[in-house]
Design a protein around this ligand. Structure first.
Ligand SMILES: Cc1cc2nc3c(=O)[nH]c(=O)nc-3n(C[C@H](O)[C@H](O)[C@H](O)COP(=O)(O)O)c2cc1C
Ligand code: SF4
Length: 395
């Protein structure tokens, strides 16, 4: 597979507002159709088809509709959205305006991670320049009825507020706790109105797709995972950073690019993702194989895998909102189990219980946080059983 950059988001020649110029005056359905033709799936992790989300919101009825840009970026190991907001804010806002045009929303909101407060002044100045250029505000590009503006709402440092329904609760001024789904935000979102929540990268890509056409984007990647993707690469490698690569690239190819071929393991998808050993380095980064929002942590040969798992579990114990028992109590129990494993005092029977608890959490936790938090632990126990079990009593 070619790993050559295609200047999709981070290349030197990415034009501003070309998608808006091309599509704003045409039928609104054409915007969604172009996104559908691209095969774009959400870049926030879950990979929901973007056009389907937009169509559902377009077809929903409400007094008002909203476009929310999820810029919470709280997953440990993820920093690609920060780069986009720093270097390509115009493209993100263009994508939001196109989404607004497509679904019939006149208000956009950027939910900005609390730790990115330093970016706010920059983003406000980009918004202000856009109003001056008539690509934001009333009668965008002089088109009567195309009214769309964007405001920035600061998060306050809770990881769970990246989950779209907790994010909406937080926007409404409540505690950031996930809602029951259904109903889904496309029907009942911000203050009960149809709302789309999209990742920063998804929105920027939508702007490029509307400019270049869905077929152009669909020409890259794999059948079920079209296009390019930003990967945040960190850890034990020579060249950490943000890489724009085709979907479907193999883990080994990525490691070669970043100078991490010596890796013992790779954590795919941040703390909530899966840890793979060298035996799986020929697997592909795409929705049909190793799905990821883009966080790739390279784990070098000197690392203790139980301490890696402990580090992630400590994060989840801290960040669980506490609303449901599998997550609130389960993460604590898993962390205690890891401490026993590190001390060499975990019996096989107890390890079996811990694995079963992890599976129960996956199936019964209310939101993605508790459903995915056992994943790193479970995969480390499975993939590094010699290292994990070496010190334990046999009973
Ligand atoms: C605990 C948790 C945290 C999340 N954090 C983020 C985040 O920071 N950014 C993001 O785009 N999506 C995050 N998501 C996924 C969102 O709920 C949602 O699926 C996403 O914003 C949809 O956008 P997309 O369709 O463009 O991917 C998180 C999900 C969970 C369960
Ligand atoms: S899974 Fe965790 S974060 Fe999600 S609702 Fe339950 S307690 Fe809260």
């Amino acid at each position: 597979m070619s790993t050559k950059p295609q200047d999709i988001l981070l290349g030197v020649d990415v034009p501003i507002d070309a998608g808006l110029q091309r599509a704003a005056g045409g039928p609104t359905q054409a915007i969604i159709d172009e996104v559908r033709a691209s095969g774009l799936r959400g870049r926030g992790g879950a990979g929901f088809p973007t056009a389907t989300k937009w169509q559902l919101a377009k077809d929903a009825t409400g007094e008002a509709k909203f476009v929310v840009c999820n810029a919470d970026e709280g997953e440990p190991g993820t920093f690609k959205d920060r780069v986009l907001l720093t270097e390509r804010a115009d493209l993100v806002f263009e994508g939001m305006a196109l989404a607004g045009r497509a679904i019939g929303a006149s208000q956009g909101i950027v939910y900005l991670r609390g730790e990115y407060r330093y970016l706010r002044a920059h983003l406000e100045s980009v918004l202000s320049a856009r109003r001056d250029r008539r690509v934001l505000g009333t009668a965008i590009l002089g088109i009567p009825g195309f009214d769309f503006d964007i405001e920035i709402h600061m998060g306050a440092g809770a990881y769970v507020c990246g989950e779209e329904t907790a994010l909406i609760e937080s926007l409404e001024g409540h505690r950031g706790e996930p809602r029951n789904r259904p109903p889904f935000p496309v029907n009942t979102g911000f203050f009960g109105q149809p709302t789309i929540v999209n990742n920063v990268e998804t929105l920027a890509l939508a702007a490029r797709i509307v400019h270049r056409g869905g077929a152009w984007f669909a020409g890259f990647g794999t059948p079920a995972s079209r296009g390019y993707k930003l990967f945040s690469v960190s850890g034990d490698c020579e060249k950490p950073g943000v890489y724009e690569l085709p979907m479907g690239i193999k883990v080994m190819e990525l490691l070669e690019l970043v100078g991490g071929l010596h890796a013992k393991a790779v954590q795919v998808g941040g703390a909530s993702g899966r840890c793979i050993s060298r035996a799986e380095f020929d697997r592909s980064l795409c929705f049909e194989d190793l799905a990821t929002g883009g966080a790739i942590m390279v784990i070098g040969p000197g690392r203790d895998m139980l301490r890696v798992a402990k580090n992630f579990l400590e994060f989840f114990v801290e960040e669980s909102c506490g609303q449901c028992t599998p997550c609130r109590a389960g993460n604590v129990a898993l962390l205690e189990g890891i401490e026993l494993l590190i001390a060499g005092r975990c019996s096989m029977a107890h390890l079996h219980e811990l694995k079963s608890l992890g599976e129960t959490m996956r199936l019964t936790a209310k939101c993605g946080l508790g459903q995915s938090s056992p994943q790193a632990f479970l995969s480390i126990v499975e993939q590094f059983s010699d290292e994990v079990l070496g010190q334990q009593p046999r009973a």
